[in-house]
Design a protein around this ligand. Structure first.
Ligand SMILES: Cc1cc2nc3c(=O)[nH]c(=O)nc-3n(C[C@H](O)[C@H](O)[C@H](O)COP(=O)(O)O)c2cc1C
Length: 433
């Protein structure tokens, strides 16, 4: 009997593509052409969606200066929203999911932007909802520091309620386009919302037509208790990190229980786990590639700068040859806790040399071997699929091809991922199995 198929998505940063390695194109410009080409590759491989990460600052967390951040191209990045639009124009089935922060976008503008892109993308738009984690980002918006972690989720809960009400301010059949009566939209089917919350207020209605999907697909990555509760309330898909099958299972079981408690069917949300597979023609070549990447002298500083950026903890001050001290953050708490669990009993250098920023390890080998390992992970942990990321965060065409034209066909031969899209709209494909 064929295995139950699972979903695939790609986690992307709109940063420079590989410019230091042999296989990159040198990150010549910011036209987005590299990523648009990649969107076509992902659609050829029948991915559900591509998520475009975002941050709104250049970080000084590592060593108290912008040097490492800029040197390694950690945070120089461009706005993911226009890129998502261009990607949608180059594809016809792939979901496009840029990140937008509830801490900085006014809700009315965000609701309007999402509705507009869901039309431009013909029902394939999704929003990766983040609350942001960096005081340095807050300082770009006139604040001294960000709200406290759990308060950000309390505000985001109200924010998303408001945005959903704005999308619903147009009934599905409000647009009549009746040539006889000369009526474009029936005013009795478009309503003010008169939203008055603790943090936000908005009259409505939205002055854009209801999104093609009603509500664009909502994506989230809450890892802390408050974040999980938020994700369980709203998300159609969750992107998560875990270190081992038992953690994957515990995370997904928790989300499913929270969804049921909120009156949602747990199958309405697809939980995808972050992985960074390394494939090559032979097992030896794949492991050699992994060793080569992780021993790059630039790599450790690059990863530490990246980790500093997302946690706002200065990783430059830690002894690489000692265990990670106990650390806490007001930023990406869930990520830090996962990393700390992985680092337990090892030095920081050993942890980084083994897995970089981590995810679920040991997906290294031929496409056939990695496909089997992914099947086994899903079997053991339960889950809805995987979110693929480059192991070194230096993305080039070769890596994309190895996945889209090497690993995915091996998965498809096993009946593990789709070979064609059943629907035109993003959510329909996501919920198809
Ligand atoms: C795969 C993945 C992608 C994420 N992308 C972003 C992002 O683009 N921007 C951002 O500010 N936070 C991003 N986050 C952070 C989450 O929004 C969230 O803050 C994090 O998972 C920690 O959970 P917590 O906030 O509940 O502690 C991402 C997290 C994960 C796991």
């Amino acid at each position: 009997m064929p295995a139950k198929p699972f979903h695939l998505a790609w986690f992307l940063n709109f940063v420079t593509d590989d410019w230091t390695g042999t296989w990159g194109d040198g990150a010549r410009d910011w036209t987005g052409d590299f990523y648009v080409e990649m969107a076509r590759d992902l659609e050829r491989a029948c991915f559900d969606y591509v998520i475009l990460e975002d941050k709104l600052m250049v970080s000084t967390a590592y060593g108290g200066t912008m040097e490492a951040d800029l040197k390694h191209g950690v945070n120089p990045k461009h706005d993911p929203v226009p890129l998502a639009v261009v990607m949608s124009q180059a594809t016809s089935k792939l979901g496009v999911v840029p990140t937008m922060s509830t801490s900085f976008y006014p809700p009315f503008l965000l609701a309007r932007l999402c509705a507009t892109i869901d039309h431009i993308a013909a029902g394939r738009f999704g929003w990766n909802i983040v609350t942001s984690g960096e005081d340095r980002a807050a300082q770009n918006f006139g604040m001294d520091k960000l709200y406290e972690h759990d308060q950000r989720y309390a505000m985001a809960t109200e924010y998303v309620d408001l945005v959903c009400q704005l999308w619903d301010s147009w009934e599905p059949d409000a647009v009549v386009r009746d040539r006889e009566t000369g009526v474009y939209a029936d005013y009795t089917k478009v309503h003010t919302i008169d939203f008055v919350g603790k943090y936000y207020k908005s009259r409505g209605p939205l002055n854009t037509v209801r999104p093609v999907q009603g509500h664009p697909v909502l994506c989230q990555a809450g890892a802390s208790p408050a974040g999980r509760q938020f994700a369980a309330r709203y998300a159609d898909t969750i992107i998560a990190t875990a270190n081992k099958p038992a953690e994957m299972k515990a995370y997904r079981d928790d989300i499913r229980a929270k969804m049921a408690a909120l009156g949602r069917s747990p199958d309405e949300c697809k939980v995808l786990f972050l992985i960074a597979p390394i494939v090559a023609d032979t097992t030896e070549e794949a492991f050699a590639k992994k060793r080569r990447w992780l021993s790059d002298p630039q790599f450790i500083e690059f990863v530490l700068a990246e980790m500093s950026s997302i946690t706002e903890i200065d990783f430059a001050k830690f002894d690489l040859d000692a265990p990670l001290p106990t650390v806490t953050t007001n930023a990406e708490r869930g990520f830090l806790e996962g990393f700390a669990r992985r680092a337990a009993g090892r030095t920081l250098r050993e942890t980084l040399a083994d897995e970089g920023m981590g995810g679920i390890g040991n997906l290294v080998g031929t496409p056939e071997q990695v496909a089997d390992a992914m099947a086994a992970l899903m079997e053991e942990a339960g889950g809805d699929g995987f979110l693929i990321n480059t192991p070194v965060m230096k993305l080039n065409r070769r890596y994309v091809t190895e996945i889209a034209d090497g690993l995915v066909p091996a998965l498809q031969r096993r009946g593990l991922t789709r070979t064609e899209y059943a629907f035109d709209h993003f959510r329909d494909n996501l919920l198809a199995f």
